[in-house]
Design a protein around this ligand. Structure first.
Ligand SMILES: [Zn+2]
Length: 257
C-alpha cells in the first residue's frame, strides 16, 4: 500500500489530512496541497470566470480513493488528489460535445499557455484508449514540472518573490491599518476602499458582480449582496461585512481593500 501510485505516477493519498490535501475554490472535497492546489485553483477560477460558472450545483469534485472508472485495477488520479471534475452534471464522462467549440478553445488555450500542459483534460483523451471525460482534469507531469508552473503562477501575483519566506509579507504589511470594517450603513465606510472592492469583485467575478460604471464607492444593498455571495462561495459566514477574514479571502483573488 505504501508505494501505491495513481495512473499519472503520483502517490495515492489514503488518508486525507489538512497537511497533504487542501480546499480550493469551487471544488467540493479536497485536492493535493501545494503546487497541485495552486494549479487547480488557477484553472477553476479561469473556467468559472471566462468559460462557464462553476456555481450551478454541488458537482465539482476533488480527491477520492477509487479505482480507475471502468477498470478493476489501478488507481484513478483522483486517488492521488491530482484530479478534479468540474460541472459533472453538465459534462459527464462518456458524453461527447458538451462544451461548445469556443469554450473548449478557451480551456485548451489556458492549459497550453498558462499551465504549459501539465494538466490533461478528459475532453482530449485519445478516443482509442479512453472514452471522453469532459468534466475531468488531471495532473499529467512530474513534481518538478508542476512546481515550475505553480511558481510561475504564484510569481505573476507577487512578481518580487523568488524565494520562500518573503511571499506573504508585503501583503500582510499592506493590510495593516486598512482592516477596519466595511459594511452597509457604516458611517466610517471608506469610499476609496469600497471602490477597490467593487472593481475587484467586478473583475474577478463578473458572473454575479456587475456594478454600473465599475463601482461608485458607496456600500449600498447591491454591494452587500455581492459581498454576501462572495462569502457564501468562499465558505465564509455570509454577513455582508468586509472584515479581516473576508479581506484575507479577497486577497487570494487579487482584490486588496
Ligand atoms: Zn474525474
Amino acid at each position: 500500500m505504501a508505494s501505491a501510485i495513481s495512473q499519472n505516477g503520483w502517490p495515492v493519498i489514503f488518508t486525507a489530512t489538512d497537511k497533504n490535501t487542501t480546499k480550493i475554490p469551487h471544488i467540493i472535497g479536497r485536492v493535493r496541497a501545494g503546487d497541485v492546489a495552486t494549479i487547480f485553483t488557477a484553472l477553476v477560477e479561469f473556467i468559472d470566470r471566462e468559460v462557464e460558472s462553476l456555481e450551478r450545483g454541488a458537482d465539482d469534485w476533488g480527491g477520492n480513493v477509487r479505482p480507475i472508472r471502468g477498470k478493476t485495477t489501478g488507481y484513478s488520479n483522483h486517488a492521488s488528489y491530482t484530479a478534479i471534475d468540474v460541472n459533472a452534471l453538465l459534462h459527464g464522462r462518456g458524453r461527447e460535445g458538451t462544451w461548445t467549440p469556443a469554450q473548449a478553445a478557451k480551456i485548451r488555450g489556458f492549459l497550453r499557455n498558462q499551465l504549459e500542459n501539465v494538466v490533461r483534460w478528459g475532453e482530449d483523451y485519445n478516443r482509442k484508449l479512453s472514452i471522453v471525460d469532459g468534466m475531468h482534469f488531471e495532473i499529467n507531469a512530474n513534481a518538478a514540472a508542476v512546481a515550475r508552473v505553480a511558481a510561475k503562477l504564484r510569481g505573476e501575483k507577487a512578481p518580487s518573490t523568488t524565494g520562500k519566506t518573503p511571499t506573504k509579507k508585503p501583503a500582510v504589511t499592506a493590510a495593516k491599518g486598512s482592516t477596519s470594517l466595511l459594511y452597509e450603513g457604516n458611517p466610517k465606510n471608506n469610499a476609496a476602499r469600497i471602490k477597490k472592492l467593487q472593481a475587484g469583485l467586478n473583475r474577478a467575478f463578473p458572473a454575479y458582480s456587475r456594478f454600473a460604471g465599475g463601482g461608485d464607492g458607496k456600500f449600498g444593498p447591491y454591494t452587500a449582496k455581492v459581498v454576501r455571495e462572495f462569502q457564501r462561495r468562499t465558505g465564509l459566514k455570509p454577513d455582508g461585512v468586509v472584515g479581516p477574514t473576508t479581506i484575507k479571502a479577497l486577497r487570494k483573488h487579487g482584490i486588496n481593500v
